[in-house]
Write a protein that binds this ligand. Sequence first.
Ligand code: MET
Length: 622
Amino acid sequence: PTKEKEMETVSQEELHNVEKSWTTGQYPEVKENSYPILPKKGERNILVTSALPYVNNVPHLGNIIGCVLSADIFARYCRQRNYNTLYISGTDEYGTATEAKALQEKTTPQVICDKFFDIHNDVYRWFGIGFDYFGRTTTPEQTEIVQAFFLRIKSQGYVSSETVEQLHCESCDRFLADRFVEGTCPRCKYEDARGDQCDGCSHLVNAVELINPRCKMCNTRPVIKNSIQFFLDLPKIEKRLKEYSITVEKEWSSVARAVSKSWLRDGLKPRCITRDLKWGIPVPIEGFENKVFYVWFDAPFGYISITKRYTKEYKKWWQPLQDTKIDLCQFMAKDNVPFHAIMFPAYLLAANQNYTLIKYLMATEYLNYEDKKFSKSRGIGVFGTDARDTGIPADVWRFYLAYIRPETQDSNFNWVDLATKNNSELLNNLGNFVNRALVFSEKFFNSTVPPIEAEEADWTVLALAQRELSCYINAMEQAKLRDGLKYILAISKHGNQYMQFQQPWVKVKGTDDNKKRAGTVIAICCNLACLLSALLAPFMPSTAKQLRSQLGLSNKSYGYIPETITNMLPTWHKIGKPNPLFTKIEDQKIEMLRKKYDGQQETNNGISANKVSDESITLEAA
Ligand code: MET
């Protein structure tokens, strides 16, 4: 319960409960996973995905916290709770954006995909994202699954065909996807409107209505031609979609629920799922040889095909036996919600083959950068490998991004705030607490955990920690990661206050009884440090590893995340060598970094900046 916490008092019941769990509770190990990770009957099985990033963009901090990092923190939490957890993601490689990028760089889409796949992979690796598998959509598995799904959905009566008007460039001999055509906006007469949206009045544009349309590649005037396309009959599936939605949406993040509700309220219309493009999955129907599937038809199946690349037993996750329950948890930014709340479930329901449907849709709002929008072309914001170049450790980035995660509204990245949070929360609060606990054990008790004879003050700090722990679990189960992190910091704050009040460094020099008291206090603090190492691990895995090695714990696991506080370190447990976990970030450094990424600099990492690759990220979604 996230109820407001009373001032630092605890009830008799809380004291009693924590004493009981401390003295009788068992502390389990985290089970070791062996390949392949598969769901099991009667256990909690969690399939975690993050939206598959478009391959033509270099991800920025907002993309990272919106998708792969949030999903990673959640998946790590699940693993430390001993849930069977599989975390997959990969790059989304088809579609016009890739084709446009290839044209611009005068190369083939495949070359673009290979190059950007490596960039994504590098960036995520550096951020410590622990995918069980990071794949891509340009695989034979993807083609096979998408084509088979299409045929199946068609055979179930959910696909129709219709003739649509499209712009065709005679000189390039191709139909022009929206982003390949420009012209005058029919509404505001702005001359450089794109085929999907006008930058002059920011209204959506229908490409065939542009005045004086011109092909972006050769500048000639395209003609209107008819073309036949396949449509998904969403109205036909609407009722089933609504029934399903009602059962799951309660648990979705608020923005996800709002978007899904408004789509269903407005009523669904048939959606075109094929395109006259070259770069995509071919439509396996006679007469449609020159068409491919729309990228938002193929992309969601990437989750399935990437799981198939991971294990040939992928159906155990996607078409589980009746008695095996799978919780599919999908992470994304809000612009992706319609495709996961409506489209993907519609495809799966239309197939009528008991596919695993989304259970938790964890969408975030947007992250701004110093009150502006991230823009690769204008050099605003931290992109790709920039974070690594700052010299700030990946874990500190992870911490700060989780701290400002746009969970309930858009949020803002701010350099000064990053330094403040690092210096106050990590260094002075958390780092200071665990370091003092360990240094006192080293200095006064020969690096061991002394025996505990707990009194009311000790039970009280444990009861306070228990309160935060319960809130932490509750928040994390709902992927409220930002809250989860704050409960961790609250535990170390209680720890610091307790230590400050008990002054073990004074008591250790007093009478025998005083010495015993000091021992108890230090042992309690070491135990809290141990608890903190487990709770922190999803957010800051390498810091947690260091802390666990300083605590003298094997680095095989990050530690089980318990629901109730137990004694985790036996009496006389030998700890390792204490070392500060965090370093101060100085003002000058922050000032330098703030200047460097505020749009004044040249684009800096060798990836040519351009309009198509960033400002139009959401266009495919339109
Ligand atoms: N590529 C999409 C995006 O980056 C997400 C696809 S998820 C199946 O918005």
